[in-house]
Design a protein around this ligand. Structure first.
Ligand code: MV4
Length: 674
């Protein structure tokens, strides 16, 4: 086994690799960019080396420089994690040439699976099931249409050079074939410089089921069962689980053996994943092989009780696989949710900023399942802590929340609970969206396919609900609590009023007023103490009010309703967390004088830090509300900023290529007075 390895990655995967190394007594070298000097992965490793600028191509993608650093620090091997250099065959070769072990498959396996059409031909030879279709060289339109007729409609036309859903078109009937072909060829030429297409039987409701495989250098290869990753959004996985709901033992063995055959056909070594698309009837077809450890590997760890990073290290150092196929078993059920800094209500726009407040459910970094209770049923893999920033330079994932249960139902309940206890202030997150997803009828009943999110828009994107009395009541509890603590002479004695008196009450027949601003406007609440009882009035509604502290938050008895939740006061903003719902309220201090009016409308500001890549207007241009003015690039995506109102451009304050800060004013506008 190695004494020291370099981890050529960042974030949660670098932290996760470091944790296994620590357990096995292997020293670790972290690498970090300008943006990551104080990152969690740097703190967790034994040594750290600065490798360059914040942009990945100036740091985490500098293979030669990373190899130099591995040699300079005396590391024997490099773990590439996922993304970055993990599937770069040239980097794998360069490691070997430098006398370092690349903790991953041979470069030849990466190459063999890298070319999608060549991989399909190899799989055909290895008798791995492929979607019925035509992958030939002859691109005569008449022949292609003949093949489509033979396969039977609907068919899917895919650009041979495509991937990730680009350059695909469904053809419903023979009559529409020629027009669709011309369109896919045009798109394929433009996007990939290669107009070749392949024709496949179109699966109307496919599931994405992938098999974890592992091979060693002694000729052993096993499968560690499947993961169902059908819940995706624009080819980004959102939820993953293992085992796949509805999988029979027979089918599991057939898919496992097909995956092992696929790996063996390319001389595979190490951790890999063979992706299949499966029909609702269970029939399955090879899509591609990912020649790395994947983001969602923890669900496999939880159901098998195996540490896959430990397996990678053992295999890379020449040891045989720790277990044989017949020693591997599935225990219970695991789910993973990817917690992202993004805004589901704004088209999942990435959200950058500081994690000003971060509270997470009781959890452990490693949980290999097999335990029904306590924190071992919840695992959090994260590369960030409270106070850290989510920058525009890398993937905006905050954490992976992984849960284990004896069965799917228990895992689902635990996930819902864990999401409700995951509290983030400082940026937008997808937590409430994930909560709606895991509690949706479609997901609960495992009615899975890759269109689940699209099909359930109504349930997953409800119109924002009005701020309820429960939320206002939690806010009132927090404000009375804060007020009482502030009045204590001795801060060490600052117990909650709710704790001291069991249920706290105002003195005598006192009454307190609270003014709160919600997204819908101002709300007035009053708490009145009267004859030993308390009453809360919100609008025209009056309810009994009894508060006790509850696990860092409050439990309220409102007569007909009880509510649990917690709060975080950040300046004048009060955040109320209840369920996985987060509500921000502004506390209006009646003593503070009215603020100056906002100069809104007359300007266009950057919604996030990024770079200007296009400017469509110049001073004097007459613009209409919604007209595109500027395109920014941030978080690897392009964002078009449009005019907030009709008007005339007064001044454009930035040019193409400029870096801009979050909130920077980009364009000033004059109103058009009709
Ligand atoms: C398909 C398909 C249905 N029928 N092929 C999308 C990405 C590309 N790598 C393969 N993809 C698909 N191929 C046939 N013959 C549906 C998809 C597909 C999909 C596949 C896996 C996971 C998510 C997906 C989302 C949309 C479409």
């Amino acid at each position: 086994m190695f004494n020291k390895i370099l981890i050529a990655n960042r974030g949660e995967i670098a932290c996760r690799v470091a944790a296994t190394c620590r357990r096995l007594g292997i020293r670790t070298v972290a690498v970090y960019s300008d943006a990551d000097a104080n990152a969690r992965h740097v703190a967790l490793c034994d040594e750290a080396v600065h490798i360059g600028g914040a942009a990945a191509r100036e740091s985490y993608l500098r293979g030669d420089h990373i190899i130099e650093m591995a040699k300079a620090t005396g590391a024997q091997a490099i773990h590439p994690g996922y993304g970055f250099l993990s599937e770069n065959d040239g980097f794998a070769d360069a490691c070997a040439a430098a006398g370092l072990v690349f903790i991953g498959p041979p470069a030849s396996s990466i190459r063999a699976m890298g070319s999608k059409s060549a991989a399909k031909r190899l799989m055909e030879e290895a008798a791995v099931p492929l979607v019925p279709g035509y992958h030939g060289e002859d691109q005569d339109p008449a022949l292609l249409r003949h093949e489509a007729d033979r396969i039977g409609y609907p068919v899917l036309l895919k650009a041979s050079a495509g991937g990730g859903g680009k350059g695909m078109r469904v053809v419903e009937a023979s009559e529409g074939f020629e027009a669709a072909l011309a369109s896919v060829q045009r798109e394929a030429s433009a996007s990939f410089g290669d107009d070749r297409v392949l024709v496949e039987k179109y699966l109307t409701r496919p599931r994405h089921i992938e098999i974890q495989v592992f091979a060693d250098t002694h000729g052993n290869c096993v499968y560690l069962f499947e993961r169902d990753c059908s819940v995706q959004r624009r080819h980004q996985k959102v939820l993953e689980e293992a085992p796949a709901p509805g999988m029979s033992e027979e089918r599991r063995r057939a898919m496992g053996e097909a995956a092992v055959a696929a790996a063996q056909a390319v001389g595979y070594v190490g951790a890999g994943t063979v992706e299949f698309i499966a029909n609702q009837d269970g029939s399955f077809y090879f899509m591609e092989m990912n020649t790395r450890l994947q983001v969602e590997h923890p669900v496999t760890e939880m159901i098998t009780g195996q540490d896959l990073v430990e397996w990678q290290l053992r295999v890379a150092s020449g040891e045989p696989l720790p277990l044989k196929q017949d020693q591997l078993r599935i225990h219970g059920h695991a789910l993973e949710a990817r917690v992202y800094a993004e805004n589901p209500d704004k088209g999942f726009l990435p959200s950058t900023g500081t994690l000003r407040y971060l509270r997470t459910p009781a959890a452990v970094t490693f949980a290999l399942g097999h335990d029904g209770d306590g924190p071992a049923g919840v695992r959090i893999d994260s590369g960030v802590r409270e106070g850290d920033t989510i920058s525009p330079y890398y993937d905006p994932m905050i954490a992976k929340l992984i849960v284990w249960g004896r069965d799917r139902e228990e895992a689902l309940a635990r996930m819902a609970q864990a999401l409700a206890e995951y509290h983030v202030v400082g940026l937008s997150t997808n937590i409430a969206f994930l909560q709606r997803l895991v509690t949706s009828q479609a997901f609960r009943t495992a009615d899975l396919d890759t269109g689940l999110i699209e099909r359930n828009q109504a349930a997953l994107f409800p119109p924002s609900a009005q701020v309820g009395t429960e939320t206002i009541a939690l806010a009132v509890a927090a404000l009375v609590d804060a007020e009482t603590r502030a009045r204590r002479v001795d801060p060490a004695d600052a117990h909650s009023p709710w704790q001291n008196a069991g249920a706290w009450r105002l003195n005598g027949d006192a009454s307190s007023q609270f003014r709160l601003r919600t997204s819908e406007g101002e709300t007035l609440a009053s708490l009145r103490s009267d004859g030993g009882k308390q009453w809360l009035t919100v609008g025209d509604q009056t309810v009994p009010f009894r508060a006790t502290t509850h696990g860092g938050g409050y439990a309220l008895d409102l007569g007909a309703r009880t509510v649990k939740g917690s709060t975080h006061l950040d300046g004048e903003s009060l955040y109320v967390f209840s369920g996985a719902q987060q509500t921000r309220l502004e506390v209006i201090d009646p003593l503070a004088h009215a603020g100056t009016a906002d100069a809104e409308g007359g300007k266009l500001v950057a919604p996030m830090p990024g770079r200007i890549i296009a400017v469509m207007v110049q001073a004097g241009a007459v613009i209409g509300k919604g007209d595109p003015l500027i395109v920014m690039e941030a978080m690897k995506m392009e964002h078009t900023l449009t005019a907030p109102a009709d008007g005339v451009v007064q001044e454009v304050l930035y040019a193409i290529g400029d870096q801009v800060q979050d909130g920077a004013q980009l364009v000033t506008l004059e109103d058009v007075v009709a």
